[in-house]
Design a protein around this ligand. Structure first.
Ligand code: GAL
Length: 405
């Protein structure tokens, strides 16, 4: 038995578009109306209406923090037209969490953009960052007194690569040049947002906030020890895992490192072509691992290895997402338990960890994959929106209560 640190943050995450429903003013909703995506989000989990019920479940499961995102397109459905009623909605959400003793951890950008912003050119245009920064300024002024933890941008590289390189997410582009531009734009937006947030806290004489991004880190393991694979793994680690974090750290704009970790990427670069070096993964089933329902490799040890690598930053880390989509709830529990064991191992190795946030509190809309993948601790029946707590959630609740695994 190992104890986690005192005041450890224990909770689960959601994002607005994946759970709220009827986010009709964002670019995902717009894309869902065409033939580009296989499923539309519709009412999602009706969390916009049912949030208090969901947070009551989180409380019952001993969560002491909850990560969620504020939907920019609700707050500003058309340019400059801020909606006081929607701001009130999120104020109620934060108040409800706090009344239940649950610390809000607020994400400001989680993959979606207002339609008007994307029509102007979205993140592919540097000069448009100012719109996001104006939204950040507005929201942070509203909620500074209630919120300590902010995440400016969720998984910037997942966003830029899926939306601008792989063409899988709106706006569906396939351009390496634009991917690089969007990534840089997001980095600049974070750096400026970080400064805005800190300035507001200083002006209001509030205690320093904790501001970061949620970085998606993958365990890049090589399939065969060839030179190509070694170079490919080095590049992926450097560019995909650490480039963004390094850039933000040079600007001194991270108070902790938010890490989203899911599993292994088995590097198999068969040629020197850039696409192979950066993207090709092994499809043969040697070195087989257990998989989630989307076929991603389960690799708890990868979390330990990445955390030990991140030790060099000398900053605390927060696991802002870790989770599995599966119909097999025993496998979900094994996944969680084994990742918590690796987390414990990293803490033993000297990594400062602030908390563990499971993805996700409830089953939800998994972007281009639709509703089939079920990541939730709580099952959602999409016919009647009934919530049912899974056995794995109860086991995790025991860990959250005792603080040991
Ligand atoms: C992350 C993302 C979440 C969720 C999760 C599971 O990349 O931040 O929105 O979809 O993956 O795939």
């Amino acid at each position: 038995m190992h104890k986690f640190p005192q005041a450890f943050l224990w909770g689960a995450a959601t994002s607005a578009h994946q759970v709220e429903g009827q986010n009709i003013y964002n670019d995902w909703w717009q894309a869902e109306q065409g033939h580009f995506l296989k499923e539309a989000s519709h009412s999602a989990c009706k969390h916009y209406e049912l949030y208090a019920e969901d947070f009551a479940i989180a409380k019952q499961l001993n969560h002491n923090c909850h990560r969620f995102s504020i939907e920019w397109s609700r707050i500003e459905p058309s340019e400059g037209n801020f909606q006081p009623l929607e701001i009130e909605h999120y104020r109620k959400i934060i108040a409800d969490l706090k009344s239940k003793g649950i610390e809000p951890i607020v994400t400001l950008h989680h993959f979606t953009n207002p339609i008007w912003f994307s029509q102007k050119g979205g993140w592919a245009k540097f000069k448009l960052q100012r719109y996001f920064l104006r939204f950040v300024d507005k929201i942070v002024r509203e909620f500074a007194g209630q919120v300590k933890f902010w995440i400016t941008i969720n998984e910037p590289l997942v966003y830029s690569s899926h939306a601008y390189l792989l063409g899988a997410w709106p706006p569906g582009e396939c351009s390496l040049f634009k991917t690089a531009k969007v990534t840089l734009n997001l980095a600049q937006a974070h750096i400026k947002a970080y400064r805005i947030i800190h300035k507001i806290y200083r002006q209001k004489a509030l205690a320093r906030p904790m501001v970061s991004i949620a970085a998606n880190l993958q365990a890049f393991e090589i399939c065969q020890p060839t030179l190509k694979n070694k170079l490919a793994a080095y590049l992926r680690n450097k560019l995909y895992n650490f480039y963004f974090i390094d850039t933000l750290l040079r600007a001194k704009t991270l108070d902790y490192i938010g890490i989203n970790y899911y599993g292994r990427n088995l590097v198999d670069a068969r040629s020197w072509r850039i696409r192979d070096l950066l993207l090709r993964t092994c499809q043969d089933n040697h070195y087989p691992l257990r998989k989630n329902s989307l076929g991603w490799d389960i690799y708890p040890e990868g979390l330990f290895k990445l955390l030990i690598t991140a030790k060099r930053y000398n900053l605390p880390v927060l696991i802002t997402e870790n989770g599995i989509c599966t119909e097999d709830d025993d496998l979900r529990w094994d996944y969680i338990r084994e990742h918590l064991e690796q987390l414990q191992r990293a803490i033993g190795g000297g990594v400062r960890v602030l908390g563990y946030i499971y993805w996700s509190l409830i089953d939800n809309f998994e972007w281009d994959k639709g509703f089939a993948p079920r990541f939730g601790l709580v099952h959602v029946d999409y016919q009647n929106y009934k919530r049912t707590i899974k056995a794995s959630a109860m086991k995790l609740a025991e860990v959250f209560k005792s603080g040991e695994i």
